[in-house]
Design a protein around this ligand. Structure first.
Ligand SMILES: NC(=O)c1ccc[n+]([C@@H]2O[C@H](COP(=O)([O-])OP(=O)(O)OC[C@H]3O[C@@H](n4cnc5c(N)ncnc54)[C@H](OP(=O)(O)O)[C@@H]3O)[C@@H](O)[C@H]2O)c1
Length: 246
């Protein structure tokens, strides 16, 4: 873990959920391109060291998470060029059965990480971002368009995040801050362990996000995401049937 402060004058990015999976690949890709990276997640135990990456171990569902991130940024360089709201969890939940004492807390936690946090963090980061030139990326999911019945809360949070992304894009356009939605297909990470085949690698997903920002895309949808999004616009009921079987 590096404790080096982010240095003035360099390109900089804050990435949530950066210890594993897509977030970790994004952190290393940005670092390799010379960005100073503030990587946030709970556990960086096996995280490969990179001199451009500052790791901030933090549970993003805790109420002090945003003040801690902003405090860390205030002590370093600004304006910030990028915020990537990537952290997420997916809880399989059957609301007809999961009625244990812990279920409401599980639901609250999933909403807090996947939806509440990116909204509050975006709000808190806007004053610190480059204008023009800043970019906020929100990582959603195809479940934002077609909910997955085994993960109803996850799907709802991703639909909410997609909607927030569209609204924020309009609000921030006059400031020259772009707001981008990244919609991964099935990506080979801990989240999808034991599920599906033909998955995109986390590195390929990270590269698609990096290239999509450079190409000024509003929606970054690599691999199968692009045809699914297109077909969903034309024939949503057909896509629902296909996804229900997958
Ligand atoms: N993989 C896919 O196929 C897929 C498809 C569509 C969308 N997505 C979305 O892509 C994003 C990244 O997913 P992924 O597949 O890379 O997942 P992942 O491998 O499970 O990684 C999730 C990241 O979030 C962090 N995280 C989880 N709970 C946290 C908490 N309470 N506080 C701080 N950090 C926390 C984890 O770090 P710690 O455990 O160290 O905290 C980890 O860095 C998510 O938003 C996911 O919904 C993924």
């Amino acid at each position: 873990m590096s404790e080096k402060p982010i240095s003035k004058g360099k390109r900089s990015v804050v990435i949530t959920g950066a210890s594993r999976g897509i977030g970790r690949a994004l952190a290393h890709l940005h670092a390799a391109h010379g960005f100073d990276v503030l990587a946030v997640a709970r556990n960086f135990k096996d995280f490969p060291h990179h001199p451009n990456i500052t790791c901030l171990p933090l549970d993003l569902t805790w109420s002090d998470a945003i003040p801690k991130i902003i405090g860390c940024l205030n002590a370093t360089a600004r304006p910030f060029e990028r915020l990537i709201n990537n952290a997420g969890i997916q809880v399989e939940l059957d609301l007809t059965r999961d009625v244990g004492d812990e279920t409401p807390a599980l639901i609250d936690r999933e909403i807090a990480l996947n939806l509440t946090l990116p909204i509050h963090l975006s709000h808190a980061m806007v004053p610190l971002m480059a204008r023009p030139g800043g970019t906020i990326v929100n990582v959603t999911s195809l479940t934002s368009r077609q909910p997955k019945s085994s993960a109803p809360v996850y799907s709802a949070t991703k639909a909410g995040l997609a909607s927030f992304t569209s609204a924020l894009r309009h609000q921030l356009a006059p400031l020259g801050i772009r707001v981008v939605e990244a919609v991964p297909p099935l990506v080979d990470t801990d989240m999808t362990l034991g599920r599906g085949s033909g998955k995109l690698s986390a590195e390929a997903m990270a590269q698609a996000i990096y290239d999509g920002i450079a190409a000024q895309r509003r929606i970054i949808a690599p691999g199968l995401s692009r045809p699914v999004l297109l077909l969903n616009r034309l024939l949503p009921e057909l896509v629902a049937k296909i996804l229900a079987k997958s």
